[in-house]
Design a protein around this ligand. Structure first.
Ligand SMILES: O=C(O)CCC(=O)C(=O)O
Ligand SMILES: [Fe+2]
Length: 225
């Protein structure tokens, strides 16, 4: 746990597949596969607030996950899981007060599908990797820690020039925990492969006091085809 905490502080993320049992991973994976098959919606958008970066993906939103899922909502609310994440974060990890950002399933399937460069509105994300192509086909995560999101002028190129970009190889069964509000991140475009994840978003206590403009996420959800 100490090593996880140090990596989290240094890089803004840490792989933590040891946090949950193989049985829980298997149950979450089975439910996510069912939900994406039955409720996945295609989105093809770019976001001005993150520097015109693309979102080319299929999603299942929190609303459908809450309605048609069982395992995922239970795992999301687990006090034990939040306590373990809190040890890594060095502070309380709370359920996200804005429900649409609690759980989101994302599938990248077509050549060039990507979750482009962005920050998240809330402090933490636990990402469960259910399917992922080999490294050479893309789908790995890239991050720039210790950066802040100016929604009016995100200046992505300035962030890339000022600091190193870290890249993280992922395989099915991995989990990673990220400080998402101060770590610029993206998923490298996939080619010849499929990548399926569920992102569980959590808040820090300071987030509860912030006046967050939910414009980017709300546009994402309205943009479904
Ligand atoms: O797919 C990933 O690994 C990251 C997902 C993400 O950044 C998000 O859903 O906000
Ligand atoms: Fe994100």
């Amino acid at each position: 746990m100490l090593r996880a905490r140090n990596n989290f502080l240094n890089f803004g993320f840490v792989k933590a597949p040891f946090l949950v049992s193989p049985e829980t991973k298997q149950q979450v994976a089975a439910e996510v596969e069912r939900l994406i098959t039955e409720h996945g919606v295609r989105r093809d958008l770019v976001f001005e607030q993150t520097g015109d970066t693309p979102r080319r993906m299929r999603n299942v939103r929190q609303h459908e996950i809450a309605r048609y899922g069982e395992v995922v909502p239970t795992v999301y609310r687990s006090p034990e899981l939040r306590a373990a994440l809190g040890e890594i974060a060095g502070e309380e990890v709370l359920e996200c007060p804005y429900e649409p950002e609690q759980c989101v399933i994302t599938e990248l399937v077509k050549d060039g599908d990507t979750h482009g460069w962005h920050w998240d509105d809330y402090s933490f994300a636990l990402v469960w990797v259910i399917d992922c192509p080999p490294l050479e086909d893309g789908g790995f995560v890239q991050c720039v820690p210790r950066t802040t999101w100016n929604k009016a002028d995100p200046q992505l190129h300035r962030q890339f020039v000022n600091q190193p970009i870290y890249s993280l190889e992922l395989t099915p069964g991995d989990l990673y925990f990220m400080r998402t509000d101060t770590t610029l991140h993206r998923v490298y475009p996939v080619h010849n492969g499929r990548r399926l994840i569920i992102n569980m978003g959590y808040a820090a206590r300071r987030d509860l006091l912030k006046d967050i403009d939910h414009g980017t996420m709300d546009t994402l959800w309205e943009g479904g085809q």
